[in-house]
Design a binder for this molecule. Structure first.
Ligand code: AKB
Length: 328
């Protein structure tokens, strides 16, 4: 028994990523495999991912709602850390509120309980700027402030944050979390978010030279390039436990912009690019969220620093997407 425990604590890091085929999961898996070796990082999802991900290392089919299938993969690979990236995002969540609540909450309970039972040592769980709502201060939103989210997704993330802190305080579960802003990337498309326009716009700029935005002019939202999001995620997981002073979730920021500002930046590369505006139900969601975020606690506690601003990100996005479309 004692020997089992000693082995467990000195065991080599072995990582399971649930939701590995999604927008963030794909790039997180690839990066963690680069750092830790492909056989130490197990990708899991309900469906298979893109070719690059599927060929980069082991894959297991897992439903995040099925505790026993997660447990059997944990036992099969002697997993020590779980990154739970499966979730239903804000826009899809409004169409399927019951399913969003079920997926977002029960998958978290499965993983938190596995940690509580001592089956894994560390958990990463993403929260979001969606935890904030219409009554939250909009500019430079502080870490601790009024939180009255108006979407099912936001409510589930806020409840999840409370549960993470509870499991840490009550059971000593080493759970770490970030409130992601909108994440912009070119390898895998986002699915069902309100900030997805900021990815679509680059694809349409290259393919069509124009974009019809589902968010209005003036809708400023906090955003981040994927490379920074992956960096932050790995950094908070590598930080010493005593440096993680917030066990609900950390505010995280890089840049904020409006649809017209991103269009202006794209025009420096594609001068004929045009943008039009026809907002839909996602406008209400965007209007309920902060315009900018104060992430000084993440910077002070575990040394978070972003690298990409709108200019650098746009150059990278357009070059990478251009090369990807050339290959097809
Ligand atoms: C969404 O738009 O739902 C997500 C998020 C901000 O969490 N990208």
């Amino acid at each position: 028994m004692i020997n089992d425990k000693i082995n467990f604590y000195f065991m080599k890091k072995s990582i399971l990523i649930i939701g590995a085929c999604g927008q963030i999961g794909t790039e997180l898996t690839l990066k963690l495999r680069e750092i830790n070796g492909k056989n130490s990082v197990i990708a899991a999802d309900i469906r298979e991912g893109n070719e690059e991900l599927m060929q980069s290392g082991p894959f297991e089919s897992i439903n995040a709602l099925d505790y026993h299938s997660i447990l059997s993969v944990i036992e099969k690979y002697a997993i020590t850390e779980v990154y739970l990236m499966a979730a239903m995002l804000s826009a899809t969540g409004e169409k399927f509120p019951d399913k969003a609540w079920e997926l977002n909450m029960n998958s978290l309970f499965n993983v938190l309980n596995l940690a509580k039972e001592g089956k894994i040592k560390k958990v990463f769980w993403p929260s979001s700027i969606a935890v904030f709502g219409p009554t939250t201060p909009k500019e430079n939103t502080p870490q601790e402030t009024i939180m009255e989210p108006s979407t099912v997704y936001g409510i589930s993330k806020q409840a999840g944050e409370r549960w993470c802190e509870y499991y840490f305080n009550k059971y000593g579960v080493d759970v770490r979390s970030l409130r992601y802003p909108g994440i912009i990337s070119w390898k895998t498309n986002p699915g069902g978010g309100t900030t997805d326009y900021a990815v679509e716009i680059y694809h349409n700029a290259l393919l069509l030279g124009k974009y019809d935005s589902f968010l209005n002019k003036g809708t400023k939202l906090p955003m981040m390039y994927m490379d920074d999001a992956i960096d932050a995620t790995i950094k908070i997981m590598d930080a010493k436990p005593e440096d993680i002073k917030i066990r609900s979730s950390y505010n995280l920021a890089a840049m904020s912009f409006t649809p017209e500002e991103i269009a202006e930046e794209i025009r420096t590369f594609i001068p004929e690019f045009e943008i039009s505006y026809h907002s839909d139900f996602r406008q209400n969601i965007a209007d309920s969220w902060p315009r900018s975020i104060d992430d000084s606690r993440a910077r002070e506690d575990w040394g978070w620093k972003h690298k990409f601003d709108l200019k650098k990100m746009s150059k990278n996005m357009l070059n990478s997407l251009h090369a990807k479309y050339e290959e097809l």
